[in-house]
Design a protein around this ligand. Sequence first.
Ligand SMILES: Cc1cc2nc3c(=O)[nH]c(=O)nc-3n(C[C@H](O)[C@H](O)[C@H](O)COP(=O)(O)OP(=O)(O)OC[C@H]3O[C@@H](n4cnc5c(N)ncnc54)[C@H](O)[C@@H]3O)c2cc1C
Length: 635
Amino acid sequence: MSRLARRDFLNGIALSVGGALLSSRPAFGRGLDEAGAARYPPGLTGLRGSHDGSFEVAHALRDGSFWARAGVPADTGERYDLIVVGAGISGLAAAWFFRKAAGPSSARVLVLDNHDDFGGHARRNEFRVGGRTLIGYGGAFAIDSPAPYSAVASALVSELGIDVTRWARMFERGLYRGLGMTPAIFFDRETFGVDRLVPAPGGIAELGGATSAMGQADPFAAFLTNAPLSEAAKRDIQRLFKAPADYLPRLDDRDKKARLARTSYADFLLKIAGCHPDVLPLFQARPHSLYGVGIDAVSALDAWGLGFPGFAGMKLESTEGPGMGLDARPGPRSPFLHFPDGNATIARLLVQRLIPRAVPGRGADDVALARVDYTRLDEPGPARLRLNSTVVRARQAGEASDVEVDYVRAGRFQRVRAPSCVLACWSGVIPFLCPELPRAQREALAYATKVPIVYTNVVLRSWESFHAVRVSQAHCPGSFHTSVGLDLPVRVGSYRPSRRPDEPIVVQMMRTPCRPGLPAREQHRVGRQELLTTTFGTFEQKVRAQLARMLGDGGFDASRDILALTVNRWPHGYAYQYNSLWDPFWIDGGPLPCVAARQRFGRIAIANADAAAYAYADAAIDQAYRAVGELARRT
Ligand SMILES: Cc1cc2nc3c(=O)[nH]c(=O)nc-3n(C[C@H](O)[C@H](O)[C@H](O)COP(=O)(O)OP(=O)(O)OC[C@H]3O[C@@H](n4cnc5c(N)ncnc54)[C@H](O)[C@@H]3O)c2cc1C
């Protein structure tokens, strides 16, 4: 069973499917046309995602220093029918569901978000280079969930004019392969003793299974020959892929799965499959793109579900085992659809519905290159979107009274009111906004620690260096960024991807900071701290060095080739999904924290993907629908 998760695109499979530092000023985009550098949030480079200015107020609230200096909020006198906190897909969907339910009435909605752009994780990066626009995704990559979308989520997507069957028509699948390029694995000298880029047709996710390669009879054998791994490691890797064995022959299917659910994949390799420890570094970062942690913190059962090697001879029935992660479960998944800006297209289409005057055009093809007019988002109208606004309080003073929502915008402390409020922000923030929630609910909300992750977009003058080494993307198990890849060539509306190696392109790199050896949630906390203290200069240095080491043989020159760099840092990234190694209730049974966490509190309802402990857009939409429904039933 091999389930190719969407994020495996970042792990290197589906495409078969030294000079001076850049200035640390806005000249990050020194190769960009002027229009791209103007103050248009998608066009900003440098540290984006949770950008400076977006989190300081919330951190002061968390640290207890906010209220001492806050004073009394100025009453704006504004009253809405609904206030939504958070302009991610969940918050925008909640606003839309509410507006739709209100019909042609004059229901008014205000959406508040602490960032200077909307979409939450569904964020777009835009670059103007040599007269053309290049689009990148700064967060959520695709419509692609490990389970089918619900009727509600499917209906919303199609109502927005998104045809989820169009992927094959948009994606130039054979482009890189046609140019003789394959995925590869980059071995770094700190981990493997030498820097070496080794072609691995099929990438890390299909290592051992790839059959088509550039004239090679046995690409896996060629990979093993060239990989800088010890003989013991090579022998065991060969065995894992090519000599299926039942490592737990005395257990039946149920007991095998129960055992694997409580064993990390690292321990499975060492203690059950009897591999040499030198095998581990090759696979360590393999689950990063889905779990944000390595094989020390992901169960062997999940590893089996995800198609990692070592299970082919274990006679496991393709049925779900106890405590399997949501990403690893067998069964049908959603359709796959990736726009050049990822799920930012969904966010833009939702804003288009809510505030048509701000987003020109109609439908996915039009919004691909549409320039959103940010000055119109907060104009008076049925729906308003107020950015750079961190909510610090949501309080309903009495049974019949409005919810008062206090927020800080540009240093000003202000209050708005509405009879109903949806908190579509991160669960972990809510106890600080609503300290009067019951203690058990606050604890359940706080359980939802976020998974830190970074999507770095690097604009290159050309991709000749990739072409010269015949590599389109690489999994880099020991490097700072654990994946590097040329943008997926996708056509939508009048947008055309880079098709020739001498054209500029966006290169996507991913990092998930974590600390192997700790429990998963602790790893996320440590990773988040690391991320918040890593400067742009450090990111820049790491990007330059990594690309130079990988592509030096192809003539890559960082000073000449890198035109712009946008680091989308998400210290509060994916919703935390439960894990059989670390969450006893997930494997032994018991109430789920997310269910206790999302209970309505008077006229305040709770949405966001966190409310389902499921890090996908369909969860964000479903939770919005539930939250709006709860409020509707209340009134
Ligand atoms: C790097 C990355 C890649 C991903 N890739 C995919 C993918 O390919 N497919 C997929 O389906 N999902 C993906 N996801 C998961 C993604 O989180 C969900 O799909 C979905 O976009 C979440 O939407 P949301 O509205 O629930 O949360 P968010 O997008 O997190 O939106 C919540 C918003 O609330 C704001 N907020 C928080 N506190 C406050 C406050 N106090 N005041 C005001 N605003 C506040 C936040 O800043 C944020 O803007 C990815 C996530 C990340 C981080």
